[in-house]
Design a protein around this ligand. Structure first.
Ligand code: FMN
Length: 189
């Protein structure tokens, strides 16, 4: 087991994976670790959807790219616009070459769902790094709207996708991207 402080620096967003499946038993262990995360009122609202089928991952990538490009027509998000060239590239798979993908979902009507699921995602990514796996939160793969696809994923209308995490065995661990100085607004007392 890695020292926790080392682990926090070992976890990197990995975008290049070995051509090797992640055993389902291991994915289950990661989910169990994610469930150790705190949640508001201990509601534990997260749902986990695992996709380890490359054809399905390609379909999900295409669906999300299509919807994000559509969103750009109405949303004035400069951040989203930055991604326009890659989203228009039909060879670009938002999930890179990862063998596995996980959606973490929470109820749309639960005010704490985004916080709860993000914490679970954080635990999951750290647990994966501790087990020699790489992960990357891929928001570009979150925009799934096709009712048929959502039904196949067992994501009902009352659920929202909060976190989209790819995982697999990294070809290499990327360098740590630089971090800014902490923005400590004040320390009173
Ligand atoms: C909410 C969120 C969304 C992200 N979406 C993407 C994405 O769509 N594609 C991608 O390649 N990386 C994505 N990332 C990964 C970030 O680019 C990465 O965390 C950041 O560059 C810092 O690198 P590090 O994770 O190795 O510390 C996302 C990260 C977060 C937290």
């Amino acid at each position: 087991m890695t020292d926790f402080r080392d682990l926090m620096r070992l976890r990197r967003s990995v975008r290049d994976y070995e051509d090797r499946e992640v055993p389902v038993s291991l994915v289950r262990e990661l989910i169990a670790d994610a469930c150790e995360a705190p949640s508001a009122s201990n509601r534990q609202p997260c749902g986990f959807v695992v996709v380890a089928d490359r054809d399905m991952m390609r379909r999900l990538s295409d669906e999300s790219k299509k919807n994000l490009l559509n969103d750009m027509k109405t949303l004035k998000s400069p951040m989203l616009r930055l991604y326009r060239p890659v989203l228009k590239d039909e060879n670009f798979n938002v999930f890179y070459n990862a063998p596995c993908l996980m959606y973490i979902t929470g109820p749309r009507d639960l005010h704490s769902a985004v916080k709860d699921c993000s914490l679970a995602a954080s635990y999951l990514m750290l647990s994966a790094a501790d087990r020699g796996l790489g992960t990357c939160w891929v928001d570009l793969g979150s925009s799934i709207q096709d009712p048929e696809i959502l039904a196949e994923l067992h994501i009902s209308e009352d659920q929202q996708i909060v976190a989209t995490i790819i995982l697999g065995y990294p070809r290499e661990i990327p360098q740590r991207p630089p971090r800014s100085e902490p923005k400590i607004l004040t320390i009173i007392g």
